[in-house]
Design a protein around this ligand. Structure first.
Ligand SMILES: O=C(O)CCC(=O)C(=O)O
Length: 277
């Protein structure tokens, strides 16, 4: 079993992160907290616990990125959601993403005031999943007045090659954003910068956390087995970040003055245990 981490990052770990663009942090949540997050995620997918503002996207029927539906509100009770956003609205997930180790990491990168661009569930449902092509997390498409730099990705289940773990190109964050627009890269860029032999599969135990630089080239595949590959990915940013289109619009603060508090987050609907609303 992976050791549960408590101590802050060392100088050597920061140096490794700067060199590789990712860093394995080990397990952060206790067994008990991890089980609560897993159960809570299923409750949200099945509609037993609901928040009006959350964003839901079902998995594609084909596994092709181009076939992913647009998404919007919660639709049906299903464990086949691909992506769910705004999990900071949920007390269990907010408490988790405010872990003191995550705060120490964010403080070093951004200072005391930190917001989230997204706190997102990424799922490769059993025997399903959608290929996520190589991409970087930033650029004009994100609609921000500055680029976020770090993401903390946590495995909610054991992630392996067969159930669609992440694959990264170590050091590729040093290329900077490969396009001004950001996100996916061209086939030419992929053949130049994302060669299979240069890639590393980030298999992870349930509960393991990986710190990612947002410019690290990363992708993930589909799930070929019965075990889901659920993950929780939080992109943290400078609390002063504003929408590029509307300077009045900030983002949910999670550290520093005005940060969200778990005790203030209440679901809009809680159905009877075992039933869907
Ligand atoms: O979980 C995955 O498969 C990919 C997640 C991702 O792209 C991200 O967290 O930025």
């Amino acid at each position: 079993m992976t050791r549960q981490r408590t101590e802050a990052l060392s100088v050597a770990e920061w140096a490794l992160f700067e060199a590789e663009g990712y860093l394995r942090l080990g397990r952060i949540a206790s067994e008990e907290h991890l089980s609560r997050l897993q159960r809570r995620m299923d409750d949200i997918m099945l509609g037993r616990v609901r928040y009006k503002e959350m964003y839901f996207q079902l998995d594609s029927a084909t596994g092709a990125y181009g076939d992913v539906p647009n998404g919007g509100e919660w639709e049906v009770p299903s464990l086949a959601y691909r992506k769910i956003e705004k999990l900071e609205r949920d007390a269990e997930f907010l408490r988790y993403l405010q872990h003191p180790l995550f705060q120490a990491i964010c403080r070093r990168v951004y200072g005391d005031s930190v917001s989230v661009y997204r706190s997102m569930f990424m799922n490769k449902p059993a025997l399903q999943g959608t290929i996520l092509p190589y991409h970087q997390d930033g650029g004009d498409q994100w609609g921000l007045d500055r680029n976020p730099l770090i993401t903390l990705w946590s495995a909610l289940d054991k992630a392996t090659i067969e159930n669609g773990c992440m694959q990264v190109i170590p050091g590729s964050h040093k290329l900077g954003l490969l396009s001004k627009q950001g996100h996916t890269i061209t086939p030419k860029q992929e053949s130049e910068h994302a060669k299979d032999e240069a890639s590393v599969f980030l298999e992870a135990e349930a509960g393991e956390v990986i710190l990612l630089h947002n410019w690290l080239l990363h992708r993930s595949g589909v799930n070929t087995i019965e075990r889901p590959r659920r993950a929780f990915s939080v992109c943290y940013m400078d609390g002063a970040t504003r929408s590029a289109h509307n300077p009045e619009r900030g983002f949910p603060l999670v550290f520093g003055v005005g940060a969200l508090r778990p005790e203030d987050q209440n679901p809009d609907v809680i159905a009877e245990a075992g039933s869907a609303v």
